[in-house]
Design a protein. Structure first.
Length: 199
């Protein structure tokens, strides 16, 4: 145990990056394309995937689909999903987030299954085709999370909010659209139309 904290900045200890001082990393800046980078999503996210809360998931196919079908920006001979417009940015978040893309939620749970050794993908199995767009959200306003990979969502459970049935002692999965419709006082069929597969 170190009896006293010695500070490299005062010359009390040798400056060793990552050990006695913050780690250092060389970053290359392409200043002529700084604005282009600001309005583009990627490209490292395509190769590295996304993640949060201890899990991760790959997005290569969705990234390529966003370039092919969605708004894109092209510079230096390469195309990227666009973040140039506020709606483009909103749709990028919705397209690649596990709470609004059922397939990515499934991939994230699958990765977590490998980590913890427990079955988890059943939590989003019925919602793998769910895709949420900004235009779809506008028809109903703020409807909260649709799917989820974070245990803190929806009152301590995942977005499916598994419930214990007193009659038979079995776990019952409640569909997130049912929960949202009940919370917001919205017709469930109207809500389901907003979150239909492929939107």
């Amino acid at each position: 145990m170190q009896p006293a904290i010695r500070d490299w900045i005062n010359g009390e200890v040798e400056a060793i990056p990552g050990k006695t001082m913050p780690a250092l990393k060389i970053v290359t800046r392409d200043y002529k394309n700084l604005y282009n980078q600001f309005i583009s999503f990627g490209p490292l996210v395509r190769a590295n995937g996304l993640g949060a809360h201890g899990t991760s998931y790959n997005i290569e196919d969705f990234y390529d689909e966003a370039i092919e079908n969605g708004p894109r920006v092209t510079w230096d001979g390469k195309s990227y999903p666009s973040l140039a417009d506020d709606v483009h940015a909103c749709n990028a978040v919705l397209r690649f987030a596990t709470v609004t893309n059922g397939e990515l939620a499934h991939r994230s749970y699958k990765r977590m299954e490998e980590k913890v050794g427990l079955p988890l993908t059943h939590l989003v199995a019925k919602d793998r085709n769910v895709r949420v767009s900004y235009a779809g959200l506008q028809t109903l306003g703020d409807v909260g999370e649709v799917l989820g990979v974070h245990p803190g969502l929806r009152g301590g459970g995942d977005a499916r909010n598994e419930r214990q049935s007193e009659e038979d002692g079995e776990s019952e999965s409640i569909h997130p659209l049912h929960l949202i419709a009940k919370e917001r006082g919205v017709n469930e069929e109207r809500l389901a139309a907003v979150f239909r597969p492929g939107t």
